[in-house]
Design a protein around this ligand. Structure first.
Ligand SMILES: [Zn+2]
Length: 289
């Protein structure tokens, strides 16, 4: 398990707690529409975001945001003890111990899931005896209303061969405990931290903006999985539910945050995880902050 990484944005502190890192072929994550362009990007991708053999790195991590006396956990990874989809088996990691080096679970005020995929709602719950109970018993778990409604209607009935781990383990126990709260896609979590709609990966997907003392950051969520997609916004991720809308969202994101003093914190970006979008001759790259 990787060391904690953290960043200061004005008065706000963001700390990365990693659950796992994966290496995979680029085509297994996204539509690589032009392999020659991918080869050209290797110059800035290797070694941080791609290894020498051309496999890309993806990190699964949670981001702890401390703002105005509140502690917010943005996305909660995959979780232990449950059967995961995509052949991932069942995890037993030390994620929670690592997280508790930053904040005790009883002291978390808010859990914010950017969307409701299984790798973002896992540690919403933990197994105690034979039950899954809320990991953060004193937190409000915020879900964007459009996202929650999409998942409760489209995914309520399990499909054959598709384990609805997200709903069964990550969401249902929270709803049963009455800890969830549905919020609009534009919503203030504190005076410094607020949601911004970034739909396409899922219909109600949100990113998390931070503004404090003239400094800015944005936590992407899965509107982008890998830094190369900032340079190539048309290279959609296979799990994008609405591919055209996802491309529009990535284009708008790069237009809004490219060449700006905004720290982009990637929800699946490998270390250093945070950086800036820098335009270079018709394209752009992601550079260490
Ligand atoms: Zn994800």
């Amino acid at each position: 398990m990787a060391e904690l990484l953290s960043w200061q944005i004005g008065d706000v502190r963001v700390t990365r707690v990693q659950e796992q890192e994966a290496l995979l072929a680029p085509e297994n994550l996204m539509h690589v529409l032009d392999p020659a362009r991918l080869a050209a990007h290797r110059e800035w991708l290797v070694p941080r975001f791609m290894d020498e053999a051309g496999q890309i790195r993806l990190s699964i991590h949670a981001l702890v945001v401390e703002s105005a006396g509140r502690t917010i956990v943005v996305d909660t990874c995959m979780g232990n003890d449950r059967p995961l989809p995509m052949g991932l088996g069942t995890l037993q990691t030390g994620f929670l111990e690592q997280l508790e080096r930053v904040v005790k679970r009883e002291q978390v005020d808010v859990v914010m899931c950017t969307h409701l995929h299984f790798d973002h709602v896992g540690w919403n719950t933990m197994k105690v005896g034979d039950r899954f109970v809320p990991t953060f018993p004193n937190a409000k778990y915020l879900f964007a209303r459009a996202e929650f409604e999409h998942w409760s209607t489209s995914r309520a009935e399990p499909k054959t061969g598709d384990v609805n781990v997200d709903l069964a383990y990550g969401i249902a126990p929270i709803v049963e405990a009455g800890l969830h709260e549905l919020v609009p896609a534009r919503h203030m979590l504190t005076d410094e931290v607020f949601l911004e709609p970034t739909p396409g990966h899922t219909p109600g997907h949100v990113s998390v903006r931070i503004e404090s003392r003239g400094q800015s950051a944005i936590i992407t969520g899965d509107m982008v999985h890998h830094p190369v997609q900032l340079a190539e916004p048309t290279w959609g991720s296979h799990p994008d539910a609405e591919p055209e809308r996802a491309i529009e969202t990535r284009r708008a994101f790069v237009a809004r945050y490219g060449d700006r003093p905004v720290l982009v914190i990637g929800t699946h970006f490998a270390a250093p995880t945070a950086g800036r979008i820098v335009r270079t001759g018709g394209s752009c790259r992601f550079e260490n902050a």
